[in-house]
Design a protein around this ligand. Sequence first.
Ligand SMILES: *[C@@H]1O[C@H](CO)[C@@H](O)[C@H](O)[C@H]1NC(C)=O
Ligand SMILES: *[C@@H]1O[C@H](CO)[C@@H](O)[C@H](O)[C@H]1NC(C)=O
Length: 775
Amino acid sequence: MRVLDVFCFLAAAVSFARPVIGATASCGTGVVGTAAPGDPYWLESIKHQGIAAFNSAPSSYKVFRNVKDYGAVGDGVTDDTAAINAAISDGNRCGGGSCDSTTTEPAVVYFPKGTYKVTTPIIAYYYTQLIGDARTPPTLLADATFTGMAVIDADPYIPGGGGAQWYVNQNNFFRSVRNFVIDLRNMPASSSATGIHWQVSQATSLMNIVFEMSTASGNAHQGIWMENGSGGFMGDMVFNGGKFGMWVGNQQFTVRNVTMNNCNTAIYSIWNWGWTFQGVTVNNCQVAFDLMTGGVTQDTQTVGSVAVIDAWVSNTPIFVRSSTASSGKLAGSLVLNNIHLTSVPTAVGVSSGSDVLTGGTMTIDSWGQGNVFSGTSQTASFQQANIPAPNKPSSLLDSAGRIFGRTHPQYADVAVDQIVSVRDQGAKGDGTTDDTAALQKVFDTFAGCKIIFFDAGTYYITDTLTVPAGAQVVGEAWSVIMGGGSAFEDQTNPKVMVRVGNEGDEGIVEISDIIFATKGPAAGAIVVEWNIHSDQQGGAGMWDTHIRLGGAAGTNLLASNCPSGSQNTDCSAAFLALHLTPQSNAYIEGAWVWLADHDLDSGGSRQTTIFSGRGILSESAGPVWLIGTGSEHHTLYQYNIANAANHYMGLIQTETPYYQPVPAPPAPFSSSSAYNDPTFSSSQTSAWAVTISNSKDIIIFGAGLYSFFSNYGQTCLDSSSCQSQIFNIDSESTVSVYALSTVGVTYMLSVEEQGVIPASANANGFASTATSWTR
Ligand SMILES: *[C@@H]1O[C@H](CO)[C@@H](O)[C@H](O)[C@H]1NC(C)=O
Ligand SMILES: *[C@@H]1O[C@H](CO)[C@@H](O)[C@H](O)[C@H]1NC(C)=O
């Protein structure tokens, strides 16, 4: 570390001939904040110069908006609704029902500390981050007269529209809400006052939010209301009071670190294919998880699967309640791991039925309800009983024995002069200027000394950019780093676009709110190579950071030149999206590794045919946490875990390319043994969602592996035959799989490429669910 200290100091001093304020003794191990107690969050005070590179008027379009600049007062008395909504909608943004998506109108809407009274919903437009002061989170105070869906509405219903909404719920991407107290207590207890209507999809997050609701008996308040979508990640939330903390229905979601106090029902779930809850605390509620179950056909979908790991529940009569008894048939798969109950008489119950698992004050180590599989047996065994526990390597656990979790870093205590702007240092971010050298200089000069801020923009690079150990990187409305040019075109000579740490590097790296992208053709791009290893748990990580390949303005991989069915190999976006190399470790939370199946800027979500060779390859010895990640539409595989160890993956979500089996993988790529590619037998005519080989202690706690198409047709869905096999494990690896849901496949899990778990034995609504597989 000493060498790095001196280097940082000298480099900065020489370049700028002025004292380096941020270079402290801790330089290289994370910037130690020096903000004064009364200072606002640095995001409020830095120079605001983010741009939307591909906006039609990039010089006038504002990415950063402070609600006070639009007239919000924040005194708790003035009605700030109109001012806040003006801040959000300024600049002719994508909304109102006439625009389903765009990448050219991003916004950060910032709320200084204060209390903002609102009387109708704050409408969170597409591609918006609503961010409160992280030091003193502002309060959004619903007035007693409040009318409308929710204090924050992420997908409004169009009045008189017969159920029509602004956005398509499964395509409602790129949203985040952070650092707020949402206070509903002035509204009548009898009103269905709601904090957030969060009907969203991938690349979305809720974080650091407290919901204050009525504690009157019989009140009707609710924290989150979500009726459908395809998420997503949320975490670090506290719900006080209310009828429901969360009332939720969505294909899949990952929830980490939520606390419910004094509510009626902590979490009510109306439907899903699979949700994973990691770290749940419930105190003094009536029911912790209340699940609508019993619908096992596509048309009657109810809760398919809930998996809970690390829950502490006290003084609550019922931990889990299903609406329908599940005995003898699958209706609501349940996995419970490391559950601590204190004065909870019913552990698992059924509405108007006898308890399935008696509670009390007790610990549930590993329990399941549903179809349990082991080894190569194809026979489902329906269980409501203890199920085999995973081996949890201690490197994955915190000091209380829970799966480790780390909140998206926000650097709340950092002073403005501890932030360095890449634009101030000469990077343009205009989507066309080659910023490779300017960015490399920023990293080499400031990594470990200052927080490196990527002002909103698209930073075009034409050669490998190295992010050194010590770097703490923050984007603005998902700043884009986009690689393109001849360096990345040759799939026989793949080249790293962003290298995070050099091989063997030890130290921290933190990256948040960034998108890594390519400009086509880019068949040779290894988009992110992750080499960094940190001795600190979660010290090497990414949060709300995504890999987005094609489908966005500036990528040259669009519906106009790569329309659905075009089969043009110039429409290649990557060789490999994310590579965790053998010596690395990683904490990745809320990451969507997406090869675009449709063009976000085409209007009407027009389909594209674009190719990306590989999704996520991990060869890491761990610990690796993949919390709330998705990988979609890559040609060979979505997740390839090879020669790896010590992984916690929950929930993982995948989709197979829509064009397959025309051509069948690996085409248009060829297999590469150097990258541990799986081989493709003549019968494997679609991508693997997950392939695991020669690996140890891999825990998958929730998976949604979907194959919705065969050569763009969907009739295969009716017979679960869009592909035969989707998830392969070799005979050597030690793997535990819980809450596995699949769509459109014949076999849910294979060993040595022989189908083991037949989907037909596990029909569970639209998806099929295997509660656990171990061996
Ligand atoms: C979303 O959920 C609402 C409420 O349950 C329902 O009316 C609507 O049909 C659903 N929409 C879709 C597209 O599934
Ligand atoms: C959980 O969330 C709470 C509330 O936001 C926060 O104070 C705490 O640090 C979080 N814990 C973890 C392990 O993320």
